[in-house]
Design a protein around this ligand. Structure first.
Ligand code: HEM
Length: 381
């Protein structure tokens, strides 16, 4: 059923996210009900083939940037978290409609199907001053697409490593479909998709490391043992780091549901479940990550759970790496539309974590302080 949910064209991924994030207000009236695989194929080619092939070349630039940004900020003591609650009773009353369950009534059913609510254009218009920044970025992108990337303020040796370069290059012979307007719109969507999850996951990993100082030592030792030569080529082969990240994702379930799809027409599953047009369906990733037949003692945090892959008693999932797509690990979604940016996300998270554990010791300022708040099904730092 998970495969049917993820692969059926009239069960639309984009329409589900468009409703959730209010894209009709935020993305220039973009038609998110369009059924096309062209965008997914482009993202797949660029994010899963071309981009990862250049990770090693990109690494020195990313690492230098990380050192400058993070080390300077920490030295100056100006890193701060600002908590803004969007869940005020006022917002709840006027703009967030209740979640409706069309199959069961419990909030996170194991095979749950959930209908979400719309959003309000007025809030978007006020907060963003009618999308002023978005239009500025989009116009800059259109300028680069039509006039060449040398118009952008970036060094040529870096430009050729960027996703923007690959997106422009991959679509250059097909400007009839990939018009500057459509491509720039898709790039804005890509940025949005890439923008929040890596840092929420990083936050969770740093908290788990604070709670387990012995893991800071373990990850530091593992990274230092592989530092000789080129860490970039070995960063994906650090088993403790990968296992710790996957366990953090499993235990924290930062997005409690996954594989969101909106029915564009009435649809009957092969199991005879009828879904009316307009419904949004999803699977509880929270329940999946606590399935005791796959994960022994699922409530316990075990940083080594995935070190031995599916041969370990603690994990029966054959796909046991952080960046794997699996029905037992839904952080990336599932099927052909599973997150194409997962290799980038995993790579950059690993670079940041290795840099932090090899240069700093982590401790919570207030061990009892609140760590998370919730928006919809998301846990936010
Ligand atoms: C830890 C970080 C990330 C997580 C947990 C995450 C998770 C997801 C999930 C759950 C989906 C929906 C999949 C489905 O519906 O089956 C998705 C889609 C997507 N993600 Fe990610 N993602 C992350 C980082 C990134 C990054 C860094 C990029 C880009 C470099 C990216 C690009 C995309 C794109 C392009 C889509 C598809 C959107 C579309 O086709 O319109 N993601 N991601």
């Amino acid at each position: 059923m998970m495969t049917e949910l993820s692969e059926t064209p009239v069960l639309s991924q984009r329409a589900a996210y468009a409703d959730m994030f209010g894209f009709k207000h935020t993305l220039n009236g973009h038609d998110s009900d369009e059924i096309t695989t062209r965008k997914s194929r482009l993202f797949g080619r660029v994010l899963q083939v071309r981009g990862p092939a250049q990770f090693q070349e990109l690494y020195p630039f990313l690492h230098r940037h990380l050192r400058t940004a993070l080390d300077e900020d920490l030295t100056l003591g100006c890193l701060a978290y600002v908590y803004v609650s969007l869940m005020s009773p006022l917002l709840r009353r006027h703009h967030i409609h209740p979640v409706i369950f069309i199959q069961r009534k419990d909030p996170l059913p194991s095979d749950g199907h959930v209908v979400f609510r719309g959003n309000d254009g007025l809030i978007h218009a006020i907060i963003t001053r009618r999308g002023a920044a978005m239009h500025l970025i989009q116009n800059t992108l259109i300028d680069a697409i039509t006039g060449g990337m040398e118009r952008l303020d970036e060094k040529p040796e870096i430009t050729k490593l960027t996703l923007l370069h690959h997106l422009l290059d991959s679509t250059a012979t097909d400007r009839t479909y990939w018009t500057p307007a459509r491509l720039s719109q898709s790039i804005l969507g890509l940025w949005l998709a890439a923008s929040h999850q890596p840092w929420i996951n990083l936050h969770a990993i740093l908290i788990e490391l604070c709670l387990r100082p012995e893991w800071q030592d373990a990850l530091r030792d593992e990274a230092l043992a592989h530092q000789a030569g080129d860490l970039a080529s070995k960063i994906n082969a650090l088993p403790l780091l990968d296992s710790f990240m996957r366990e953090t994702a499993r235990v924290n379930s930062l997005d409690r549901v996954s594989i969101r799809r909106k029915a564009l027409t009435d649809y009957t599953f092969s199991t005879r479940l009828l879904v009316p047009a307009g419904s949004t369906l999803a699977v509880s990733s929270y329940a999946v990550s606590r399935n005791a037949t796959v994960y022994a003692d699922p409530e316990a945090f075990d940083g080594r759970r995935f070190v031995n892959g599916c041969n370990g008693a603690q994990c029966k999932d054959p796909a046991s790496r952080f960046a794997d797509v699996s029905e037992n690990h839904l952080i990336w979604g599932y099927g052909s539309l599973a997150c194409p940016g997962r290799h980038h996300a995993s790579f950059i998270l690993k670079i940041v974590i290795v840099h932090i554990v090899t240069n700093y010791s982590l401790q919570l300022v207030d061990a009892e302080g609140p760590r998370w708040w919730a928006w919809e099904d998301f846990r936010m730092p």
